[in-house]
Structures are given as structure tokens and as C-alpha cells.
Write a new protein. Structure first.
Length: 237
């Protein structure tokens, strides 16, 4: 397996677009913490509020709790601007409404870098991905081009934005690049731990943030100079 290249850092602003609370925290948050420590301006857009993500909790109770935990999670990695859409957790559909919502956020925030989750059918190692991740990641990639075309979604009343340089998908099985998170690893663990109610409802390895994230970071580091690292599939725009 080929070594991973460093993710370019010649940008100053980014928009993270993911499906659910906790998505970026399972691996990618260490990179976010590194970049905010460099002074980069990063905002989050979540397609849903995670209302159907805890089996033991009614959606009406779950949604505000998971929003609160996501805001705390973002604060742990230096992010203070977090926006939530109201697409339905578990049944998010790829399509024009989702692309429009993401394109609107790109036009509003005008990032140079868009970061999303894995939109491939599987995870590294072969486990099946879920439909929400695939829909939102794919829509985020497409919305970058949508946002740059003045004739697509003119009803938004927002000036087009063609300034995105890169799109990166975290934890892709087709990863091409990586980020050294040695100095920001502790922040990534704190960011995942902020999802307290969600973690309490889990079992197995994913319920224990430090060893789970460390094993992931060490595995990526085997292809990236032996440091703790997190991986991305990088697309140049």
C-alpha cells in the first residue's frame, strides 16, 4: 500500500460537512484541532441533528441533546460556528434539496477547503458504510461545483463561490493523504468524549475513545512516517 502524502495547508478557511453529530469525531477531529491551532477558520454544517441515533432515547429528546454535545465537541477542537440542517436522521436522501442546502452554506461561508466524511460504500478494512454518510459526502462534493455556478440555485440569492481549492473525505478506503495529529491527538479524544450520551449507548471498541482513536491514528501513521495521523481522500478542485 502506497505511502500517504501530506494534506496541503495553503488555505485559511474550511467548511466541514457531515451527516450526523459524532461523524467527524471518529478520526478527523484531530486534523481540525491542528488547523484551528494554526489560526485557520473552520465551521461545521451537519445535515441532521442525530435524533434517531440512540436506540433507548426518543427522537424528540435525543435531538437537542446531540446538538448540545456536538457544539461541545466542536469547542474542544477550536470550532465555535456549528449549523444544523433538518434532514431526517437515517433516511437522508442524496438529491437537489441536499445539494442546495450545502451549496448555500458554501456560498455563505466561502471556504477554500471543504471537508466531509467517507462517501464510499465501505470503510477501510471492508465494513459497510451507511446511506446517510454516502449521501451527504457525495452531495458535498457536488455542491462545491454547484456553488460556483451562478445559474444553479439562483433562488438562494447568494453570490456564487468558486474559491474552494480542495475537497477532503475523512476515513476513506481510498485515502491519498494524511495529517500529523501527534500534537492534537488529545484534543481529538476530548472532542469524541463530548458525545457522552451517544457513547454511553454504544458497546464494543467504539465506545472507548482513547484506545479506539489511538489504534486508528497508529494504523494511518504506518503509511505516514510513523506519527499519529488521520487520513483523507483528497480531491483537487
Amino acid at each position: 500500500m502506497a505511502d500517504l502524502e501530506p494534506v496541503p495547508e495553503d488555505w485559511s478557511s474550511a467548511l466541514v460537512v457531515v451527516a450526523h453529530p459524532d461523524d467527524m469525531e471518529y478520526g478527523g477531529a484531530g486534523a481540525i484541532a491542528r488547523w484551528t491551532a494554526q489560526g485557520k477558520n473552520i465551521r461545521y454544517l451537519l445535515a441532521c441533528r442525530g435524533e434517531n441515533g440512540i436506540d433507548s432515547m426518543e427522537p424528540a429528546v435525543c435531538a437537542p441533546l446531540r446538538v448540545e454535545e456536538q457544539i461541545a465537541s466542536c469547542a474542544a477542537v477550536g470550532v465555535t460556528e456549528v449549523e444544523f440542517l433538518d434532514h431526517p436522521d437515517g433516511t437522508i436522501e442524496y438529491g437537489i434539496p441536499l445539494r442546495r442546502d450545502i451549496a448555500a452554506a458554501i456560498r455563505r461561508h466561502r471556504p477554500e477547503f471543504v471537508i466531509t466524511g467517507n462517501y464510499r460504500e465501505t470503510w477501510p478494512g471492508g465494513g459497510l458504510n451507511m446511506a446517510d454518510h454516502i449521501a451527504v459526502g457525495r452531495a458535498a462534493v457536488d455542491a462545491v461545483r454547484d456553488a460556483g455556478n451562478r445559474w444553479i440555485f439562483p433562488e438562494l440569492g447568494l453570490e456564487k463561490w468558486e474559491g474552494v481549492k480542495y475537497v477532503a473525505a475523512a476515513s476513506s478506503p481510498l485515502a491519498t493523504h494524511a495529517v500529523d495529529i501527534t500534537d492534537s491527538f488529545d484534543a481529538s479524544v476530548a472532542s469524541l468524549r463530548a458525545h457522552k450520551a451517544y457513547l454511553e449507548a454504544l458497546s464494543g471498541d467504539m465506545a472507548d475513545p482513547e484506545p479506539f482513536l489511538r489504534s486508528m491514528a497508529e494504523a494511518v501513521g504506518e503509511r505516514f512516517g510513523g506519527v499519529l495521523a488521520t487520513s483523507f481522500e483528497l480531491l483537487s478542485v
